[in-house]
Design a protein around this ligand. Sequence first.
Ligand code: GTP
Ligand code: ZN
Length: 222
Amino acid sequence: MVTQNDDVARETAIETATEAASAPETSDLVSADGSRHYDEEGVRRAVYDFLVAIGEDPQREGLLDTPDRIARAGKELFGGLYKSPQEPLSRQFKTDTDEMVLVRDIELYSVCEHHLMPFHGVAHIAYIPSNGMVVGLSKLARLVEVYARRPQVQERLTKQIADALMTELGAKGCLVVIDCEHLCMSMRGVKKSQARTTTSAVRGIMKNAATRAEAMQLICRG
Ligand SMILES: Nc1nc2c(ncn2[C@@H]2O[C@H](COP(=O)(O)OP(=O)(O)OP(=O)(O)O)[C@@H](O)[C@H]2O)c(=O)[nH]1
Ligand SMILES: [Zn+2]
């Protein structure tokens, strides 16, 4: 049972954590249309309550700053909710070729939306430019970050990256392959730590059997 004293202690602990925070009180994470913002204070409260609910003492020394730490970490882990694919893909430049571009083994960390536990692995992105228009290679990794830093399922993550390459970059075709370990399957539940999940999305002229096979061969080469 939560008593009034517990409430006061909770407020005090949250205030202390807030004062100790180096991050500004007003979150700078706001969606482009202003409809969504990251509520750091709300996250602190929820983590405090969660610790109580699992039978912990959020006021013991080791946990005192935990609500604040998680509120700050959440800005990184879920920061993609406040970004759009236009950010990395708008800085295009022209080359004199429309040959395939492939970036392999792009590390990714995301959070599964079912258990809010990490899944991590690599993304491989191949695309065929249109009229020689390409983006810097790092922008493909930044695109992965936009969609990985959200509560996700691997299938949607894969699809969103492929769709953005077609709509924002105007690629003639693309292939996105993602290979991950899901900690919700490894450290809890069915506990299969060797299991890896591979998802793919193919768009445009990359559906052509020969082109697709060439991309897959390059991806598997590693
Ligand atoms: N398709 C898909 N499933 C996922 C992903 N991440 C986690 N899951 C699965 O989501 C499912 C959620 O199943 P539920 O039956 O609702 O939850 P649960 O009782 O905790 O399931 P168990 O993990 O089997 O104990 C589990 O099978 C997870 O393995 C993902 O990215 N894609
Ligand atoms: Zn999960």
